[in-house]
Design a protein around this ligand. Sequence first.
Ligand code: SER
Length: 389
Amino acid sequence: MQSEEIRRRFLTFFEKRGHKVIPSASLVPENDPSVLFTTAGMQQFKAYYVGKANAKKDFNALNLTSSQKCVRTSDIEEVGDESHLTFFEMLGNFSFGDYWKEEAIRYAYELITKDFGLKIDYVSVFSGEGNVPEDIESAKIWKSINQDLIIKKFGRKDNFWGPTGAEGPCGPTTEIYVNGIEIWNIVFNEYYQSEDETLAPLKVKGVDTGMGLERLVKVIQKAQTVFDTDFFIQIMQIANSRIIADHIRTSVFIISDGVTPSNTGRGYILRRLLRHAYIHANKFGGDLIILNDVIHAVIKHPSYKELYEFKSPEIFKIVQEEIDKFKIALENGLKQLKKGVDPFVVSTSFGLPLEIIEELVDVDKIKFQKQMEEHRQNSSVAGEQKFKK
Ligand code: SER
């Protein structure tokens, strides 16, 4: 089954069960300044969970479903293993006070085991921690559906989700594991976490689920890694490196949503992704041409062709300009490194991130971090002084 069919089946399953299909929001969150990128399907719906907006009024429905574009860079070190990506689509179903644990769990079980024909290794539920009690109800529901299911119990680190950003809805989760990986996270939003990390009960309880499409495709297609699914087959024929494949794919979507490379925030993440991809392309004896071919392959995937082909001239231009700039910085930085100039000095003068310098020369990391810390303190002291004047 191809990825497009898998996405379609998910959305149709929930549409048939009273959910309205909502398009993906931008990767640049509109109403959440505390996060750089959209990292979850529920992000565009935060206001509905907390009663600041009314889903019935805005969508004429209390239950929604979507496939949301997401960027997460917190797991960037893991990229290249079997299941981590910096860009992915997250399939989700959402309820704002309509249904609760029973339906959410039954829907998930039916879709995974019947429609997709997968075997669940085990599920997990919240074991209780701090002020939040154990989720006995979810465990009971799982048992009533299939008494042979293995149910594991974990604490806050594993089975409690949210909020995105500094504050927001959050709650205990129940998660489904297939072929050794977590594929579906079902969140029962029943608390509001404030900036000081205290929890208050939400007036209306909500459901928020998230299933990484690429991971789901991996298990359905019995692919060894996400890079062996139909999302990546064309890309990998060109990229040779999973890092290039991942980083360029992510860059395409970030640029399409209006971000350009810079030294701060989103722009800096984009800059790092592109620079890393370029360094890897160079390692494999390639150049900008490889990156351009990968961009082509990303946009040619049937899921994205219509959406992104028209944006491709702009994408190629931005990538070209960034790599041209980087080549100059890299050349100058390399010369300095060869001359024995301190890696930290090279990093700050030429804008080369540590991880890139590390790929070129041996770096005393402890010394580098100490220098960085001092540099930060000095610049913040200078900043404060300026401010006081
Ligand atoms: N918000 C949860 C997650 O991102 C479920 O959608 O995992």
